[in-house]
Ligand binder design. Structure first.
Ligand code: FES
Length: 110
């Protein structure tokens, strides 16, 4: 994974395994999901009516929008069911030295 423009976001230990955390990264609302030592980052937004995804239910690799139940794959942002009609942008994310880094798609240098 490209490490250019990686933004140091949060300590891995600050995200419970299986949970998520919402943050502002590079001036953008992001939700980071942790599965063991793997992390995934999506825009914290559902395209249906702009709900934040943080606060929704998450089961394995699927997050459910807390407002009306659209589901998204946390690994890719793919929309899995209505009422959302499109994907949520996914960003690069990795762990290094105990910290989660996010590479915002089309982002600026952090
Ligand atoms: S705002 Fe997400 S399903 Fe309606």
């Amino acid at each position: 994974m490209a490490r250019e423009n990686a933004c140091k976001a949060v300590a891995l230990e600050d995200i419970d395994d299986g949970a998520m955390i919402d943050l502002i990264v590079d001036d953008r609302p992001i939700v980071i999901f942790r599965r063991g030592d793997e992390v995934y980052a999506l825009d914290d937004n559902c395209d249906h009516m702009d709900s934040p995804l943080a606060g929704g239910e998450v089961d394995e690799y699927v997050v459910t929008c807390p407002w009306h139940g659209a589901e998204f794959d946390i690994r890719t942002g793919e929309n899995l069911c209505p009422p959302a009609s499109g994907p949520t942008p996914a960003h690069g994310a990795f762990v290094e030295d105990g910290y989660v880094y996010v590479v915002i798609k089309d982002g600026t240098e952090c």
